[in-house]
Design a protein around this ligand. Sequence first.
Ligand SMILES: [Zn+2]
Length: 112
Amino acid sequence: MGLFNVVDVPGEPVCRSCGRAGRRNAQFRFGACNLRRYRVGDFLEWGEWDAGVPGRPLVAARGYGSPCPHCGFDDDLMFDVIIEHDIVTAVRPETGKIDYSGQDHEWDELGR
Ligand SMILES: [Zn+2]
């Protein structure tokens, strides 16, 4: 069943609960939502359980951060997963400047 994709978050965010830095990932819904794990620089797959449209010049997808790998505290980190021409080019902390709410999917085409 298609649900989402996972992308590794660059760097090691510090947990607000235990204060330790740790690797995180973010779940997002764009491309083939087949639970594939991506890193920045990877091409998105398409062809099953697709969310969105392939080949768009610049898209941001809402990324839901994973809990702290050390203590399990869920600090609800949110990310903007930036996708350019189907390549994941960046994962950065959500700025709030991208409005995902005005639509029924959790990605937004930018630069139109
Ligand atoms: Zn922690």
